[in-house]
Ligand binder design. Structure first.
Ligand SMILES: Cc1cc2nc3c(=O)[nH]c(=O)nc-3n(C[C@H](O)[C@H](O)[C@H](O)COP(=O)(O)OP(=O)(O)OC[C@H]3O[C@@H](n4cnc5c(N)ncnc54)[C@H](O)[C@@H]3O)c2cc1C
Length: 448
C-alpha cells in the first residue's frame, strides 16, 4: 500500500499541495462499502454481502486477522439465517436451576438455542466471499482504520497512512456510548471447554442459568454449561456486576462451579498432557469476556454515510449482553437495502420500549430492589418460554411486554420504573445547578 501523491510543477503550488497532502492524503482506492472492524458484526455483514452477491467493491479493515477461536457465540431463534452453515451445536431444551427453587426445563420448540465457534464463522465468511462471483473484497489486515470523515457522497478514511474512501462505511470499532446512562455494569465470564467425561453432572440438557453458584455481594452470578456434539462441554462462570472481576477471582469461581458439577481433582490450565481427563483435565479452549450491560445509549449513525454496527452501535442487549441475533438481523437488513439501492441504515437493534425496560431492570438490580437470581427464575417459570425469548430478542408485542413486567415483583419494579423515568429530569436539574455554580467557581479559579 502506498500513500497518494499530488504532483505539481509550480513550486509555490507544490508547497501548498504538500501541506494539504499531509493534512488529507489523496484517495488512492475507492470502494462502495467499507467494513471497519471485522469482529462479530463486521464478519456477519461481509457474510450477508457475500450471500447476496452484490456487485460492489468492499474494503475490510481490521488490525487483527481473525481466524482462531476467540469467541463462542450462542443465541436462540427459529433459524440461523445466513450463519446456518457455521452452527456447531443446537438444543431444543435448556435448564434454569438453583437458588432454592426446583429446576425448570425449558422447551424452546420451535426455536433452538444455537452455538457457533468463531473459527467456523470466519471460515464460512471466507468461503462465501470466495464463492461470490460479483462481490470484490480487499482485506486490509494488520492495519487500523483512522480518521473517518464524510464529505458529500464519499467517506474518507486512512489505513496505515493510505487514503481510502467509500460510499458507505460500517464501523464496529469499539466506541463509547453517546449518552452517559446511569447504570454501567459488565457481564463478565470465564469458561473452559473440557472433555465431557471430566464433568460428570452435566447431563444432556444445557444449563442456561445455574444459580447454584456463590452470589457476589453486588450483582448476580450463574453457571452456564453446554454439552456439545463433539463430547466436550463448555462450562462457564458468569457475573452481572458493577465490579471488575479479576482473573484470579474468575478462576476461583469457575473451579467452585466445576466442583459443584462433580469434577474430581483439579482442572489444569497448563496443558501438560493435552486431552487428559480427570484428575487434571485440560481445557481445550478458554473463553473470557466482558460485555457492557448499561442503560447508556449508543449511536447507530456517526455521519451521513457512516453507520455503527455491533456493540459499538447498541446491538448488545442491556439486560442480558446477548448481541449475536441483533447483529445477524442488522447485517441481513443492510445487505437487503444495498441490493435495492436504499440507504443502508441498520435497523434499531431493539425497540425503544425494550431499551426502557432494560433500563428499569438494570436500575432495579443496581439499587438492589430485586433479587437477581429470583427475578430471572420467576421470569422463566411464570411465562411461556417463547414469550420470554421473544422479549429478550426485542421481538415481543406490547401485550407480551406487559405480561412480562407483571411477572416481576410489582412494588420493586414500579419504584425502579419511577426512578428511571425521573432520571433525565434529575440529571437536567443537576446540570442546571452545576451551570449556575460554574461562573462563580471559574471566577474563583481566575482570581486564584
Ligand atoms: C468471549 C466472548 C463471547 C461472547 N459470546 C456471546 C454469545 O454467546 N452470544 C451473544 O449474543 N454475544 C456474545 N458476545 C458478545 C458479542 O456478540 C461479541 O462481543 C461480538 O464479537 C461483538 O461484535 P462486534 O463486532 O461489536 O465487536 P468485536 O467482535 O469486538 O469486533 C470489533 C473489531 O474492531 C476491530 N478494531 C478495533 N480498532 C480498529 C481500528 N482502528 N480499525 C479497524 N478495526 C478495528 C477489532 O480488532 C475487532 O475485530 C461475546 C463476547 C465475547 C467477548
Amino acid at each position: 500500500m502506498t500513500a497518494g501523491m499530488i504532483g505539481c510543477s509550480a513550486s509555490g503550488r507544490r508547497d501548498w499541495a504538500v501541506a494539504l497532502a499531509s493534512y488529507a492524503p489523496a484517495v488512492v482506492q475507492r470502494y462502495d462499502v467499507a467494513v471497519i472492524g471485522a469482529g462479530g458484526a463486521g464478519q456477519l455483514l461481509l457474510l450477508a454481502l457475500a450471500c447476496a452477491d452484490l456487485d460492489i467493491r468492499v474494503a475490510v479493515v481490521d488490525p487483527v486477522t481473525r481466524t482462531g477461536h476467540d469467541r463462542t457465540w450462542c443465541w436462540w431463534g427459529a433459524g440461523a439465517g445466513i450463519a446456518e452453515a457455521a452452527v456447531d451445536s443446537s438444543w431444543r431444551h435448556l435448564r434454569v436451576a438453583g437458588g432454592g427453587s426446583p429446576e425448570v426445563v425449558l422447551d424452546l420448540d420451535p426455536l433452538r438455542y444455537r452455538l457457533i465457534r468463531s473459527p467456523d464463522l470466519y471460515r464460512l465468511v471466507g468461503e462465501r466471499v470466495a464463492a461470490a462471483r460479483r462481490l470484490r473484497v480487499d482485506r486490509y489486515e494488520a492495519a487500523a482504520a483512522d480518521d473517518v470523515r464524510g464529505a458529500g457522497e464519499e467517506v474518507a478514511f486512512t489505513v496505515a497512512g493510505e487514503a481510502l474512501s467509500a460510499s458507505w462505511v460500517f464501523d464496529s470499532r469499539p466506541a463509547p456510548p453517546v449518552s452517559g446512562g446511569r447504570v454501567h455494569w459488565r457481564q463478565q465470564f470465564l469458561g473452559w471447554v473440557l472433555p465431557a467425561q471430566a464433568v460428570p453432572d452435566v447431563g444432556e440438557v444445557p444449563f442456561l442459568m445455574d444459580f447454584r453458584t456463590r452470589q457476589p455481594t453486588a450483582g448476580l452470578s450463574f453457571g452456564y454449561c453446554l454439552p456439545m456434539r463433539d463430547r466436550t462441554v463448555l462450562v462457564e462462570y458468569t457475573e452481572f456486576s458493577p465490579e471488575i472481576m479479576t482473573d484470579a477471582a474468575a478462576t476461583a469461581a469457575l473451579l467452585d462451579y466445576l466442583r459443584l458439577l462433580g469434577v474430581a481433582g483439579d482442572v489444569r490450565i497448563d496443558a501438560v498432557a493435552p486431552g487428559a481427563v480427570t484428575p487434571g483435565a485440560v481445557p481445550s479452549h478458554v473463553e473470557r469476556g466482558s460485555i457492557p450491560m448499561t442503560d447508556a445509549r449508543f449511536a447507530r449513525r456517526a455521519g451521513e454515510r457512516v453507520f455503527r454496527l455491533g456493540t459499538a452501535g447498541g446491538a448488545t442487549r442491556g439486560s442480558t449482553g446477548y448481541t449475536f441475533a441483533a447483529m445477524i438481523r442488522q447485517a441481513e437488513a443492510v445487505a437487503a437495502a444495498l441490493a435495492v439501492g436504499r440507504v443502508p441504515a441498520p435497523p434499531p437493534a431493539y425497540p425503544s420500549r425494550h431499551r426502557w425496560m432494560d433500563a428499569v431492570m438494570l436500575r432495579a438490580l443496581d439499587d438492589r430492589l430485586v433479587d437477581g437470581p429470583a427475578f430471572f427464575r420467576q421470569l422463566f417459570r411464570r411465562q411461556p418460554i417463547e414469550r420470554v425469548l421473544r422479549f429478550l430478542d426485542g421481538a415481543s408485542t406490547r401485550g407480551e411486554d406487559l405480561a412480562i413486567m407483571a411477572s416481576a415483583p410489582l412494588p420493586a419494579m414500579t419504584r425502579a420504573a419511577v426512578l428511571t423515568a425521573l432520571a433525565p429530569w434529575q440529571s437536567a436539574a443537576r446540570n442546571a445547578r452545576n451551570a449556575q455554580a460554574a461562573p462563580s467557581s471559574s471566577r474563583v479559579s481566575r482570581r486564584g
